[in-house]
Design a protein around this ligand. Structure first.
Ligand code: ZN
Length: 320
């Protein structure tokens, strides 16, 4: 069904475009400066998804992981935004070895006072494909097109848009590391970066203000070409009003991927925020056959899916 090689196919072709973007040579954000609510280009987000996959695995401590941190921070600086990396040492539940875990936080200052919107996604990828149907592939690193790159791609594109058209209120982008190195069946071994970030809030200083946000939105596995996002169980149970607001907005916008159905409960990076009493909603499509397999490649994802999620976030940001 999916091509294993698709993630590697266009590495060479993308580089000039991405280098031009990194150097500020001008791939404009989707909307013109006069638009009140900017557009969101799924095609541009898809290019950012492919870019991440072309870095190779983004396992904590790997060159691909570090390169992605560096690129996100360089892009923020290029756009005149404040960004910071917060690192700590953890022990990989999968290998028992020490691994560095580095969260990246980037803040986009709003033009008015008011509660900020916090957006998060994990950028690391799983070290193994333990659910692959082929036993010989289970020791391979996950390509992580949907499980990792999709949420980051949408937030990255939001960063590009918001730097061009300043949002009414502050928007904080949180890129979590160490989400996907846990052992199957032991949820506490996952989400190491987000848990640390919530516990060590002050490490990020002014980038993470003490005031409570309007809410936190987590993106995880939002690129599936066959996208369907139900209302995740923990979000519904612990942040029902915020979940209703976010999904209500999706309904107003007529975004077909978002359903009013109740989904399963997923242990994900929103859990540390919920435990801290912060309203958080996990936008996740867990019905993904390529989950934790070598088929989690860009060909399994689509620009149209990313665009629906991006349109929802842009509306929540610019139409608060
Ligand atoms: Zn995963």
């Amino acid at each position: 069904m999916f091509s294993r090689r698709a993630g590697l196919a266009c590495r060479a072709k993308l580089w000039p475009w991405l280098m031009a973007m990194a150097l500020g040579a001008g791939v404009p954000a989707a909307a013109g400066p006069t638009a009140r609510i900017p557009g969101f280009s799924g095609a541009e987000a898809m290019a950012l998804l492919r870019y991440q996959c072309d870095l190779g695995p983004r396992i904590p401590g790997s060159p691909g992981n570090r390169a992605l941190q560096d690129t996100l921070l360089a892009q923020a600086e290029q756009l005149g935004l404040e960004g910071r990396r917060g690192c700590f040492q953890a022990v990989s539940p999968l290998t028992g070895k020490a691994m560095p875990v580095c969260n990246v936080v980037i803040t986009i200052g709003g033009v008015e006072e008011g509660p900020a919107l916090w957006l998060g996604a994990h950028f690391d990828t799983r070290p193994i494909c333990d659910h692959d149907p082929d036993p010989e592939r289970r020791s391979l690193p996950l390509p992580g097109a949907n499980d990792g790159a999709s949420g980051v791609a949408v937030l990255w594109q939001i960063m590009n848009i918001a730097a061009d058209t300043r949002p009414p209120r502050d928007v904080v982008l949180m890129f979590f590391d160490g989400e996907d190195s846990g052992r199957s069946g032991d949820p506490e071994g996952f989400c190491l970066g987000s848990a640390h970030l919530v516990e060590h809030w002050r490490d990020f200083g002014s980038l993470l203000p003490a005031e409570r946000p309007r809410g936190m939105i987590l993106l995880d596995m939002v690129g599936d070409a066959d996208l369907g996002i139900p209302q995740e169980g923990y979000s519904l149970a612990h942040a029902p009003d915020w979940t209703a607001e976010v999904f209500g907005r999706a309904a107003v916008l007529g975004l077909p991927a978002f359903t009013q159905a109740r989904g399963g409960a997923v242990y994900d990076d929103h859990i540390p925020f919920l435990r801290a009493g912060i309203p958080a909603v996990d936008l996740i499509d867990f019905d993904y056959p390529a989950w934790h397999t070598s088929a989690d490649v860009p060909a399994a994802c689509s620009p149209a899916s990313l665009e629906q999620v991006g349109r929802l976030l842009v509306d929540l940001i610019y139409n608060p």
